[in-house]
Every structure is written in C-alpha cells, then in structure tokens.
Design a protein around this ligand. Structure first.
Ligand code: DAU
Length: 331
C-alpha cells in the first residue's frame, strides 16, 4: 500500500479492508492523509458492499491481497478460510466483471497467492509456474481454490488477470503469529521459542518490500493471464534462521551471546507440515527484470530494529484475543 501511494501520486489508491484481527490502521498512519489515498472498511464476503465501492471509485486495477493467511489458524477453523479466500475471491472477481462489463482495455485484476499451493518439495528441486498444485493445509487448499477461480474467470469470461505465487515474507508491521515476528516478540519478552518438530523444515524468505515491488512489476508489465513465481533465492531451515535471529537480537539488546538461544524449545509438530518450499523466480527475473534488492541479513536487521522501536505496537496487538489464540495453539 505504502509503495503504491507514495510511488504513484497520480493514481488514486483505495484500500479496502475488513480490519479483522491482523488489520491495523496504525500501520498506515504516515500515508493516510495523502490526497491520493482512501480507506474503505468492507468485507470481501459482502458482495453488495464491493459493488458499491467499485461503482463509487471505478478502479482500473484491483490488487487482491485480502486473505486469511495463517496455517495454524486454518487448522483450527478451516471454514473461515473457505469463506474469505474462496468465496471472497469469487465475490471480487464478480464485482470486477460487473464493473468492467467486457471493456477490459487498460484493466487488470492481480491476484496475490502463495507458493504453498504447490505442496512440499523434497531435498532438491524448486517450485516454478508450471509445478502441479498439491496443497496440504486448509489454508493452502483455500488459496489453491482461489487461484483456480481467478484462472477460470480469465479463461471463461476473458477477465484480464495476473497471479503471483510468493514465498514466505518478513518485515515490519507483520502480525506476530508468523515465525519471525512471533519469535522476535518472544525473544524481547524472554518467552520460549516454540520450534515445530525437528526444526529442519525449510522456507524461502523474501523481504516484504521486495514482494511489493514484484506485485508492482507484474501489475504494470506482466502478461495478461500469466502467473509469476516470486521468491528470495534464500532458503533457510527454521532452526538455522531462529539461531541467526537469536544472535542478532542478543547483539541489538546488549544480551550475552547465546542467551536467546536458550529459549529455543522443540514442540509438537504442525499437522500436515510441508517439509520444504523454495521458488525458482527465473521467469519474473528474465521476463520482467525483477529480483530481490535486500539481503536476508539486511532485511532481518531492519525488521528487528523496527520491532525494537515499536514495542507499544507489539504490546497493543498481542493483548486480548491474541492471548486466547496463543493458548489454543501453544497450550
Ligand atoms: O510460503 C508462503 C506462506 O508463508 C504464506 O502463504 C503464508 O501466509 C505464511 O503464513 C507463510 O506460511 P508458513 O506456514 O511457512 O509460515 P509460518 O511463519 O507460520 O511458519 C514458518 C515455518 O516456521 C514453518 O515451517 C512452521 C515453523 N514454525 C512456525 C511457527 C508460527 C515454528 O516452528 N514455530 C512456530 O511457532
């Protein structure tokens, strides 16, 4: 959002968000007074609200990032994921189809998806745009379904769509239920760091701004109907990543070397846990010139600094309902 609002003063950007548990208007305080930005509170499950907002603002482009996105929550409440990720996506597709009414010149519906739709890799190999779908969690199954609907609206109605399937993101303002922000918060508070299973699961990490730049690139230069796999060329086993995080945090917090590592606690594995994800981002690199701009150590350092400078933000988002969720997942 911030990238688009600041980079394109001539575009009018409408931010449509239901403001559920992870949504937070505080995250956009620095841009919310700009003349090219409007916020609309709406749920993508409310088709009438979408029609009204689309008719009021007449968007030429839609970037669909609205989703239930946390795997552990999908294991607790799969239906929430079906509603928002599947039905919500179809509602958005319908609203775009109705608004544009077959006049697709200069229009674009960009769907932001995940590499989790491809399932799990073994020790070798990479996901590409042509990898078969093989989702294992209710979350990835719901995202896979949404991708199929987006392609179906392109093939059936000619809707001008593009899709990106991205690897794990990290960065400032990330809700502390995902691995990196959760562990930063726990290290700050000297709480256990719950590593699932043997800790040898592998993820490919990408700094959030690099993901935003990839979306911008595909929106403006991507081929209609095309999919682009986006990743950081940056694979880490969870345990190595957690040890790096502990070392950087000890340095920044002025703690004794090795102190935070003692918080590492191996816990029961996540059911259906995918062993390894890794993206081959050659297509977006060679066709559109995109590549990650931030190294992992740089991105992680910026991210940790942001959380250390925003402890009030962390306290706010980890009170109340967050504690109930934490108890349910971690006991
Ligand atoms: O790959 C892209 C996906 O990355 C996105 O589509 C998802 O929305 C996003 O949540 C993320 O999914 P993951 O399941 O990979 O992310 P998460 O941060 O939940 O977990 C990363 C790894 O760390 C995974 O192997 C599980 C492990 N983990 C996670 C948590 C929260 C732990 O060992 N302990 C934990 O407490």
């Amino acid at each position: 959002m911030r990238l688009f609002v600041t980079k394109y003063p001539d575009y009018h950007i409408v931010n449509l968000d239901a403001l559920t548990y992870a949504g937070n208007l505080e995250n956009l305080r620095d841009i919310d007074q700009l003349p090219n930005y409007t916020f609309c509170k709406a749920d993508i499950l409310d088709a009438a609200a979408l029609d009204k907002i689309f008719s009021d603002h007449q968007p030429d482009a839609i970037i669909h990032l609205a989703a239930e996105s946390h795997v552990d929550r999908s294991i607790l409440s799969p239906l929430d994921f079906v509603y928002t990720n599947v039905i919500g996506t179809v509602n958005l597709l319908n609203a775009a189809k109705k608004l544009w009414n077959g006049n697709y010149e200069g229009k674009r519906f960009h769907h932001v998806s995940t590499d989790e739709v491809f399932g799990a890799l073994g020790n070798t190999g990479l996901f590409t745009e042509t990898t078969s779908y093989d989702p294992h969690s209710p979350y990835s199954a719901s995202k896979a379904s949404s991708d199929h609907f987006v392609r179906a609206y392109h093939d059936t109605y000619g809707l001008p769509v593009t899709i990106t399937n991205c690897s794990n993101n990290y960065g400032p303002n990330h809700f502390p239920e995902k691995l990196i922000p959760l562990f930063i918060n726990n290290i700050i508070n000297r709480k256990p760091l719950p590593v699932y299973g043997d800790g040898l699961y592998t993820r490919d990490w990408l700094y959030v701004i690099d993901h935003a730049v990839a979306i911008d690139t595909v929106l403006h230069q991507g081929k209609t109907g095309a999919t682009y796999a986006v990743g950081g060329f940056n694979e880490w086993t969870n345990i190595d990543l957690v040890k790096l995080l502990c070392r950087l945090m000890d340095e920044k917090l002025g703690r004794t070397a090795g102190e935070s590592e003692q918080l590492i606690t191996y816990v029961k594995d996540r059911p259906g846990h995918d062993r390894r994800y890794a993206i081959d981002a050659t297509k977006i690199n060679t066709e559109l010139g995109w590549k990650p701009s931030v190294t992992f150590e740089e991105g992680l350092s910026i991210t940790i600094d942001w959380y250390l400078q925003n402890t009030d933000w962390l306290k706010n988002v980890t009170s109340g309902a967050y504690m109930d969720y934490y108890k349910k997942v971690y006991g």
